[in-house]
Design a binder for this molecule. Structure first.
Ligand code: G
Ligand code: G
Ligand code: NA
Length: 251
């Protein structure tokens, strides 16, 4: 297909951009870092949404070079940010199935950029753990040994999540935005959010809420003991230049 061919060319040339969405501590609103999100500007079609091209990238294996580009670029850009600000990057299950390559890539991206490893967060979804769980466990353990932290993204949308929290070395838990969205309207959603926050804290994880859109949600999440938030209320994903200007990140 035409889009696949164009994606192949873009992957070969690294013809992508990253958008950054701020992550804030809920207790005092402090900026703690940014989530890096992949953007593809197609010459004729304009911006192609990630949901339209990431599945193709995963089917074709192009996510491997694209994911490498994302990691290198995110580490390079974050290395220029003020001390303490972290960068979070999505990892695809397809990338982690090449475990040794992935660990080597992360090590190299850190070394080349000079980004301290404790400022890199790798976000994974349950899909990564489903296949060869022993291999996934080894890969995550090695990534963590580099000094990076590992976050479970979109928590609550898959299955067997509790077993994964038990077995795998996570540092952070991100509550899927569907629960946060439902919190104000449905007491069940609010109960799930409170329980997941309590569970995460009991396991020693930093709990982050995704999809925070209202001040009421911030208040409820803070009351529940949720440490961090990401969402349109706190900041939309924006290109590097806009983010640097807004948060005075310097060059
Ligand atoms: O960025 P939103 O802005 O539309 O991103 C939609 C989804 O696309 C994200 O939730 C995530 O699942 C996926 N995505 C975005 N950036 C990346 C990336 O760099 N790597 C991978 N594997 N997925 C990404
Ligand atoms: O990979 P991660 O789960 O961080 O991806 C974030 C995705 O969620 C991106 O597609 C981003 O555009 C989207 N997103 C971030 N904040 C919000 C929000 O407050 N509301 C909604 N509806 N989407 C959000
Ligand atoms: Na994600």
């Amino acid at each position: 297909r035409r889009l696949t061919q164009d994606l192949r060319t873009a992957a070969a040339e690294g013809d992508f951009q990253l958008a950054y969405q701020p992550l804030h501590r809920l207790a005092d609103g402090a900026l703690v870092g940014f989530k890096a999100l992949l953007r593809w500007q197609h010459a004729e079609r304009g911006p192609v949404p990630p949901d339209a091209f990431i599945p193709i990238a995963e089917e074709t294996g192009l996510i491997v070079p694209i994911g490498a580009w994302v990691l290198r670029r995110a580490c390079a850009e974050a290395s220029g940010w003020p001390d303490g600000l972290r960068v979070a990057v999505n990892l695809s299950p397809v990338q982690s199935r090449r475990g040794a390559d992935l660990v080597a890539l992360v090590r190299d991206a850190l070394a080349v950029s000079g980004l301290p490893p404790d400022r890199l967060e790798l976000e994974i979804t349950e899909g990564l753990l489903l296949h060869d769980t022993d291999a996934a466990l080894r890969t995550l353990t090695e990534l963590r040994a580099l000094g990076c932290s590992i976050a479970m993204d979109d928590f609550g949308t898959g299955h067997s999540s509790l077993g994964y929290l038990w077995r795998f070395p996570f540092d952070k838990l991100k509550i899927d935005r569907s629960f946060v969205l439902g919190m104000g309207e449905d007491p069940k959603a609010a109960a799930i959010v409170c329980s997941v926050v309590a569970l995460g804290r009991a396991l020693g994880l930093i709990v982050t809420a995704e999809g925070v859109e209202t001040a009421e949600q911030v208040a409820s999440l803070r009351d529940a003991g949720c440490a961090q938030g990401q969402g349109f209320l706190l900041g939309r994903p924006a290109p590097t230049a806009a983010v640097a200007a807004r948060f005075a990140l310097g060059a």
